[in-house]
Design a protein around this ligand. Sequence first.
Ligand SMILES: [Zn+2]
Length: 402
Amino acid sequence: MKIIFPLILPLLLILAACTASTPTGSEPILALVHGTLIDGRGGSPLQDAVLLIQGERILAIGPYRQVKIPRSARVIDLKGKTILPGFINAHVHFAFDERNLAAWAQGGVTTVRDEGYQGPKTLEQLVAWRNAANQNPGNARLVSAGRMITVPGGYGSLHVDSPESARQAVFSELDAGLDVIKISMEDGYAGTSGLPKLSPEELSAIVTAAHERGVRVSGHITQAAYLKDIVEAGVDDAAHLAYDPIPMEILQSMVAKDIYLVPTFSVFRAYGAPTGPLLENLSNFIKAGGKVAMGNDYGGGPGDFELGIPMYEIEMMAEAGMSPMQVILASTRNAAHVVGLEDEIGTLEAGKIADILVVSANPLDDLQALRQVFMVAHLGQIIFPQGEKPLATPTSTSNSSD
Ligand SMILES: [Zn+2]
């Protein structure tokens, strides 16, 4: 492979570029050139890259010397900059708020998953609000779990009291058009304890019903014992770490079942939980081969949470032993998986939606580069900087073609 790979790869890229770069529509083409491109699939970055955008989609990606740039394209020189997939925050609240969605998008987070709405809107109003908000590229794309399912008196706002009512609750949420199901297994919060929780039969009914519809289930837990329950039920992601030590066999079971983990260090900080066990749990999960998706539980506790890229989450993931590439994958491809949109976003590939983050240095060298957001495109449109005309550098490039 070491000999064949370098020969085949450029050929494939040329073929991909040639087939993909034939403009199919009349929409203008945007060419991002000379940047270093991290595509979110985990391989080595592409130096001196070209990324062509037409409409809301990526038209082609490849080395500058090999991708034909249509003469009509608007060209933006990103030399010295790094191009990444738009980041995805897989655990937030208060996303039914246009100011928050705009702030996330401006900061490079082009998709958020709202993990539980509590408020006056009906299901139909939530879905209508989401659909309208998602028309505006200036907003982060909103993926919504609707209301968190629990039992009467439990932690959550959608109450079920039998496996059959649990199944019906899932269908009523999904029939309304929500994107993901959220359940909770929480013993206590904010000074309470001994809260009632879903039975194994109810958990199983929820997961089965959601999976029948091809929809993922996210499970709220904060303790290892309940993580064990939701892992046994077969949820798709754990929406938090546990604050007590997680036995290795539970982490291994998560890996075997491909259950992702969304750490949410930020909300544990908000409640003053010690970081030691959290870091240890995440470190063990990574060593076991687990997949992490970035999420900070924005608004899930007291105090301030970061909008835009949640650097505290990024720093804590790194402190737990995740490499810069692992942190980037958690924030892009893996988060796209848990929000159920891995076919559309999370990686930079021809045909995918052009949600793009450009930073002024290379985060593989130092994750602090993620603080230097240079440009953000969402649905193919540059949304940061706002009124970004100064970025436009009409260049006559040596490889231009029609
Ligand atoms: Zn939450």
